[in-house]
Design a protein around this ligand. Structure first.
Ligand code: WT7
Length: 647
């Protein structure tokens, strides 16, 4: 974080960009921001007017039962209608919604009219199979159009989707399915990743084997050219293409109440059990729409590309809901950035003349490492705006992105937000706010951040807080209202929202995100709770205890280092190490593999028995150890430190 703290180069948008921008110049941003804070209800009512409502709201914000806020109470609307029907009704039906490209190079273009048709058909399939409003449906798909179609079909009939990123393991599917009692899983036989087929259906079979609530599994066929070994369970499984073949093309969008549950998305916290974050209809609708519109400065002629997976919140908000509500054309790509070679992304940008490109710092660092030769020679002149999301971006990566990809002409929006916030919270508005490398800058409209101490004093560097409710905020943790209150609202006596990040405000009032202040680690932009790994490790019969910490990693942002103590007399060697890695693959997913696993006879603890993670982090970062006077047994650290250095 050192280099970040001393960065003060300033990059104003070019006058060409600013002139055409929806919000042009700092004065315009400040005026609009002031209005949104002085009169939030007026601001959010005006924003909502741009969308379709079956019935308008009685109140914009109801805060009588905080932190269970209600937005647009009394209204009736439908996200699928605002993403599809509205554009067809207003004459934009023939516009391409999705240019899809599979990893092997196969392509499909879907217009807004075709999307409406596909979504309506699949919604009819869901209805025909007995799905009704409020039912939970798990979606475990590769990045194929059916992923967006399935999401929108659920929204159309009021079913609650729970998308599970297709890198998660069978155990993770099971936990999520059982927690929300999903009645159906939508998956595919497989999906391409670096030239190989991930056998997704097999993973689902294993995951739902013991889940009595799952009555139905619908399978998209992806492996036409590379048949996947995919057995179908009679009475439970059906092929997607068979089911959509004999249903009607028409399915009117259900009139949803403002606070009807739209989706669940599981994310990691500080315990071993992921949280089912709840997002509801009307507020998320307006927030995803408006943040997309202003942060990406969307124009009708834009070609937008977000490289995230729909399995994460970025894909929910900035591939499906926010982007499609704005009716722009986007690219959706199935596979890896380095297949068949490291130039794939730039080939796609050139081919589709992408104008807005949104990706993660970890990807940018990988591109830098792969070398400029993959970028040189590609025509990237269609690009006009760049974005990053998921973790703090180091100034070096920011500068490379700015000059090499953006040709020094594209503003970069560094967007800070979370699964819980539903959409962008801190971000430059690109035609207005001058940027600094590595800085998320200023709040979006209606968002009031503060930097506080533990006892709620305003400071320049401390813990980030959000002072006012905003429409896209989470409404709860599924099945656990107490955990919702404890996690997000207890820190400052229920006054402010606690996101879990540290932050610092500079002399220009810009906010710099300094990373998590809890035991959540951000590996390649994927959020992982260290407690989740720990609870997997202790399931091993030879393991007594473990502690996992995050350390800086050149490409991934952060990596995981695991400290494991083995029961007396048991072997600890590479064999055990391999078994533990396999357990992580199976218990969470390959993306959660630690960089290193260290064995020791004990962990550094205080005299009251609390593991001192701070010391473990010092060891793992090769730093001089901090204060060790509270340690019960100082020899433990020495042993670990020796091992770390020798390994
Ligand atoms: C956590 C949220 C937001 C969608 C993807 C991740 C970190 C996110 C930034 C950024 C610094 C960032 C925070 C946050 N984070 N964006 N631009 N600068 N940090 O969503 O999995 O819910 O993770 O990601 O630590 O709390 P998520």
């Amino acid at each position: 974080m050192e280099s970040v703290s001393h960065e003060n180069r300033l990059f104003a948008p070019t006058s060409e960009f600013a002139q055409k921008a929806a919000v042009s110049g700092m004065d315009a941003y400040r005026a609009m921001y002031e209005k949104s804070i002085q009169d939030p209800e007026g601001f959010w009512a005006e924003a909502a007017e741009e969308l379709h409502w079956f019935k308008k709201w009685d109140t914009v914000l109801d805060d009588s039962n905080a932190p269970f806020f209600k937005w647009y109470d009394g209204s009736r609307t439908n996200l699928s209608y605002n993403c599809l029907d509205r554009h067809v009704a207003e004459g934009r039906g023939d516009k391409v919604a999705i240019h899809w490209e599979g990893e092997p190079g196969d392509t499909r273009d879907l217009t807004y009219s075709q999307m409406l048709l596909e979504v309506s058909r699949f919604a009819n399939v869901l209805k025909a199979r007995g799905v009704s409003k409020g039912d939970r449906i798990a979606i475990y798909l590769p990045m194929v159009p059916e992923l967006a179609i399935a999401v929108l079909a659920c929204a159309r009939i009021g079913a609650v989707h729970s998308v599970i990123f297709a890198g998660f393991s069978a155990d993770s599917i099971r936990d999520r399915v059982l927690d929300s009692e999903t009645c159906m899983v939508i998956t595919a036989d497989g999906g391409y990743r670096r030239g190989k087929m991930l056998e997704l259906k097999k993973i689902v079979d294993e995951g739902v084997e013991t889940c009595a609530c799952v009555k139905d599994v619908i399978v998209v066929k992806r492996g036409e050219d590379h048949p996947v070994d995919c057995s179908m369970v009679a009475g439970r499984d059906s092929w997607y293409h068979d089911l959509v073949a004999d249903v009607s093309d028409e399915c009117p969008a259900e009139e949803m109440e403002a606070e009807d549950l739209l989706f669940l998305l599981y994310t990691s916290g500080t315990t071993g059990k992921p949280k089912g974050i709840m997002h509801t209809t009307a507020g998320y609708q307006v927030f995803s729409y408006l943040t997309s519109k202003y942060v990406f400065d969307l124009k009708q002629e834009d070609v937008y590309w977000c490289t995230a997976d729909v399995g994460w919140i970025t894909g929910h908000t900035y591939i499906v809901y926010g982007i499609m509500q704005n009716g722009v054309t986007q690219v959706m790509y199935e596979g890896a950035p380095n297949h068949p070679d490291e130039g794939r992304f730039w080939e796609i940008v050139e081919k589709y003349k992408v104008s807005i490109f949104y990706t993660a710092p970890t990807a940018i660092r990988a591109f830098m490492k792969w070398g400029d030769q993959w970028v040189d020679g590609r025509d990237l002149s269609s690009l006009r705006l760049l974005g990053t999301v998921g973790e703090p971006i180091n100034p070096e990566a920011w500068m490379w992105y700015h000059s090499k990809i953006g040709g020094e002409r594209c503003p970069i929006v560094d967007t800070w937000w979370q699964t819980e916030t539903g959409g962008h919270m801190l971000t430059p508005i690109p035609g207005a706010v001058p940027t600094k490398p590595g800085c998320a800058t200023l709040p979006f409209f209606g968002v009031e951040p503060a930097i506080l101490t533990d006892d709620a004093k305003e400071v320049d560097a401390g813990i980030l807080a959000i002072k006012k409710p905003w429409p896209g905020m989470l409404r709860g943790i599924y099945g656990d209202p107490q955990r919702f209150k404890d996690t997000y609202w207890c820190k400052w006596d229920g006054q402010y929202y606690f996101p879990g990040d540290g932050a610092r405000r500079d002399e220009d009032g810009y906010i710099w995100i300094l990373g998590r202040v809890d035991d959540v680690v951000n590996v390649s932009g994927h959020r992982i709770g260290t407690a989740e790994l720990e609870s997997v490790f202790v399931e091993h019969k030879d393991v007594a205890e473990s502690a996992v910490v995050g350390v800086p990693h050149e490409i991934k942002g952060q990596g995981l280092i695991a400290f494991v103590t083995v029961i007396d007399g048991r072997d600890h060697d590479d064999h055990l190490r391999k078994e533990l890695v396999t357990m992580i693959d199976k218990g969470i997913g390959k993306f959660a593999r630690p960089e290193r696993i260290l064995f020791s006879s004990d962990l550094p603890k205080t005299r009251s028995g609390k593991i001192m993670r701070r010391l473990l982090r010092d060891i793992a970062e090769g730093k001089e150890l901090g204060n060790t006077t509270t340690l019960a047994d100082p020899s433990v650290v020495e042993e670990l430190q020796q091992q770390y250095l020798n390994g």
